[in-house]
Design a binder for this molecule. Sequence first.
Ligand code: PGA
Length: 251
Amino acid sequence: MRKPIIAGNWKMNKTAKEAKEFAEAVKTKIPSNETVDSVIGSPALFLETLVNAAEGTELKIAAQNSYWENEGAFTGETSPAALADLGVDYVIIGHSERREYFHETDEDINKKAKAIFANGMIPILCCGESLETYEAGKTAEWIEGQITAGLDGLTDGQVSNLVIAYEPIWAIGTGKSADANIADEICGVVRKTVEKLYGKEVSDSVRIQYGGSVKPENIAEYMAKENVDGALVGGASLQADSFLALLDAVK
Ligand code: PGA
């Protein structure tokens, strides 16, 4: 049985004060992590505040990016070793906004995945197709390519613990969520790709999230699907009430 994982992705939103207020508002209301893993993906600036606020609670904290080297002359980058030292649990990598605006390649994302595992954290590896690819009927092939490149060289044990988020780019922040059947079908393509590369035992344990305009009102439809083990949520994770409502729908 795969445990559901709901992760908020705040993107570049909130101030330190707002991040702290959010954590204070939710931290005693997070469901048991025996039922669901509850994660907030925060800008790097507020990670320490959130890790401290979440200490002793069931709330887990994710960074939204990291570099692949632990230290050195990489101005402006964030060290995965420093993130782990801070107490960060997960790192979101390969989000379509990072691929598109910051030109991250599958190769970069693969190096980040390895560095994050090497530092004892878990990557949430994002994949997803553009509207053009979707309309051309090439989604499955595209996703298979991103997953194959992103996982290159990872071990069975690492992939078993990995979280993969399928986020069609055309459904992010647009209010146009992919129908739950499409989400299930493409999350199934992700799982089949993992099975082809790592075998059934690993593909049965990797957790796959759907992301793209998920909200409290529609999350149950996705979670009911066989291949969907959770959600990566942007807009609807920004308010404490809405984040808690997402978790409530799953627990
Ligand atoms: P959204 O964003 O929920 O606002 O569509 C999802 C994401 O980009 O992770």
